[in-house]
Design a protein around this ligand. Structure first.
Ligand code: SAM
Length: 276
């Protein structure tokens, strides 16, 4: 019988955030697949767990994924961890989950630390509807296309960013969303120097241009205000009919065209046009 793939979240800063179930799963798995085995070894030492570790990261995931799949199909239980937070969220794991699901292997996710949810929940911005945008591409064209697609996004948006790229990213966000847009910059979450700066894109730029940022960031950006389409008024209809008649149209044709253009009932526009 095939084994199970367990997705095990690990602390994003505070070691106390490892859950009893995550710990138990690491203890009971046959082996652990880790993004960086050195990072995970430190955590296992802290937890007093000895377990066989194999690496599974961005640049070996294609062939290593096949080997892991085979081991699970042969009956071993695998616990997958990343360096910090939830595996498969801007971290290796997505492909392995898909391959296991396609092979009929049971995949179980243990809920736990995840930077995107931790940042969103303390951002102070609307949480009812949100979208996670991960890291923006470093390729200029892809990055701009991504931001362009978000111009009208009305849900709260969440981005991951490294400190040395923060100012550049804030500049791009301000260009596409405007300097007045609200942003919550969530830094060093769950760590000693945790800080949430709730401000606007313009003010954030001033602040971090002056003082280069340190630490890891989750950026939570308010969505665009929904565009409210203004309904045409009687005066708008009157003005348009008048303009069309001045241009030489008969009243009847001017009414017909105005009704079409403004999306108003023709008899309503006709009534209005009688004032001319
Ligand atoms: N899978 C992880 C998760 O969802 O929690 C995220 C891994 S991703 C490679 C790393 C990014 O997550 C960082 O660049 C930062 O944007 C965010 N992050 C991780 N830990 C954080 C922390 N303690 N405080 C703020 N942001 C953090």
């Amino acid at each position: 019988m095939a084994g199970t793939l367990y997705l095990v979240p690990t602390p994003i800063g505070n070691l106390g955030d490892i859950s009893p179930r995550a710990r138990e799963t690491l203890e009971q798995a046959d082996f652990i697949a880790a993004e960086d085995t050195r990072v995970t070894l430190k955590l296992l030492n802290h937890l007093g767990i000895k377990k066989s570790l194999v690496s599974y990261y961005e640049h070996n995931k294609a062939q290593r994924g096949d080997a892991l799949l085979q081991r699970i199909l042969n009956g071993e239980n695998c616990a997958l961890v990343s360096d910090a937070g939830s595996p498969a969220i801007s971290d290796p794991g997505e492909d392995l989950v898909r391959a296991c699901a396609e092979a009929g292997i049971v995949v179980t996710a243990i809920p736990g630390p995840c930077a995107v949810i931790t940042g969103l929940s303390i951002s102070g911005l609307p949480t009812g509807r949100f979208c996670f945008e991960g890291f923006l591409s470093t390729t200029k064209k892809v990055r701009r296309e991504h931001l362009e697609s978000l111009r009208q996004e009305s849900r709260t948006m969440i981005f991951y960013e490294a400190p040395h790229k923060l100012v550049n990213t804030l500049e791009d966000l301000a260009e596409f969303f405007g300097v007045g847009r609200k942003i919550s910059l969530c830094r060093e979450l769950t760590k000693l120097h945790e800080e949430v700066v709730r401000t606007t894109l313009g003010e954030a730029l001033e602040r971090y241009r002056e003082t280069p940022p340190k630490g890891e960031f989750v950026l939570v950006v308010a969505g665009a205000k929904p565009v409210v389409e203004e309904k045409p008024t009687t005066q708008d209809a009157l003005n348009r009919v008048q303009a069309l008649m001045d241009a030489g149209l008969s009243r009847k044709d001017a009414v017909k065209q105005t009704a079409q253009e403004l999306g108003l009932p023709r008899n309503q526009v006709y009534e209005t046009a009688l004032q001319i």
